[in-house]
Design a protein around this ligand. Structure first.
Ligand code: ZN
Length: 325
């Protein structure tokens, strides 16, 4: 699911631009099936966002002069066509969920990204939370959804949307201490949601070996206990070794390895949604993900995991059964 429809939301000088999506699309094999995105209904946004916020963003876009980008905060812009582009992004992620529920892997290559968008606030390049809206809508059809977020940054918006529910397991692996400053292991959920938020902040310089260890020891076992009816992935490839926004060290094939680990779990097809990813190797990472969805399997690179990653994994193992589901 992708297209030029997202070009209506653009600021060519910003890292999160349509040029970035075009570059990423170079990694998609020419024979991959492409599906035209469909626009979500504005009412769908209200599954996660407040009506007042939806109206405010629509007005902000309408008032932005044609051909310009207007800034909501120092990071986040909207243009006159952004509200429409955002509806297509939400709609395309929902289409990916529908494909997954029908048993077919799919990857919604959309922008603007969504995982920082809070119920009533735009943040970190995100206007509406594409994955959270599609996940909330999917709860009409399945009892439990897992959202795995391997973007470089913590998906604070997605975490907030499902913090108090036991029907969505949110698992995030991200670089420690970066924007937006949340995503500590102590953030585990609240009320009925305690234990259904899992955060694994990793040290800078972490490799595919660190991510694979966290997946093998924390993420995959938690998903098995949760028995989801749907697996959604917030797929941001800004943890790549050459990404200008971070200092992680994943190789393109590592994203294929993580995709393969989730696809092999047996909880149905995956619905992936693009979040970040700004480096030169992004297209190759997208190619590895698509190849993994097509059955190729990758071995994580990077040698031995860091001592800090091992400590994190051991801390989770000790608490297993006490705080984890
Ligand atoms: Zn990111």
């Amino acid at each position: 699911m992708t297209g030029e429809v997202f070009a209506a939301h653009d600021d060519p000088g910003h890292p999160e631009s349509q040029a970035r999506l075009r570059a990423a699309l170079a990694g998609v094999p020419s024979d991959a099936r492409r599906i035209t995105p469909e626009r979500a209904a504005p009412e769908d946004l209200a599954r996660v966002h407040t009506p007042r916020y939806i109206t405010a963003i629509r007005s902000f876009c309408r008032e932005c002069p044609l051909g310009r980008a207007c800034y909501i905060d120092p990071d986040t812009y909207a243009a006159s066509g952004s509200f429409d582009a955002a509806l297509y992004a939400v709609g395309a992620v929902w289409q990916a969920v529908e494909r997954a529920l029908d048993g077919e892997h799919s990857f919604a290559l959309v922008r603007p990204p969504g995982h920082h968008a809070m119920p009533a606030r735009a943040m970190g390049f995100c206007l509406f939370n594409n994955v959270a809206v599609a996940t909330a809508k999917a709860l009409r059809e399945v009892d439990r959804v897992v959202v795995v977020d391997w973007d470089l940054h913590h998906g604070n918006g997605t975490q907030a949307a499902f913090y108090t529910t036991d029907r969505v397991l949110y698992c995030s692996v991200h670089q420690m201490g970066l924007f937006p400053g949340t995503g500590w292991p102590e953030e585990r959920g609240a009320g009925r949601g305690v234990g259904y938020t899992i955060n694994a902040p990793l040290e800078s310089g972490s490799t595919g070996a660190d991510y694979a260890l966290v997946f093998r020891k924390i993420v995959v076992p938690a998903i098995r206990r949760f028995e989801p009816g749907l697996v959604v992935v917030s797929a941001g490839q800004d943890a790549a070794f050459d990404d200008p926004l971070g200092s992680m060290a994943l190789c393109p094939g590592d994203f294929g390895a993580l995709t393969g680990m989730l696809a092999d779990m047996g909880f149905g097809a995956l619905a992936l949604a693009l979040e970040g990813g700004y480096g030169r190797s992004h297209a190759e990472a997208i190619g590895a993900i698509v190849a993994a969805l097509d059955g190729a399997r990758f071995t994580p690179e990077g040698g031995e995991p860091k001592a800090s990653t091992r400590l994190l994994v051991e801390a989770y193992a000790e608490e297993d059964g006490a705080i984890l589901i």
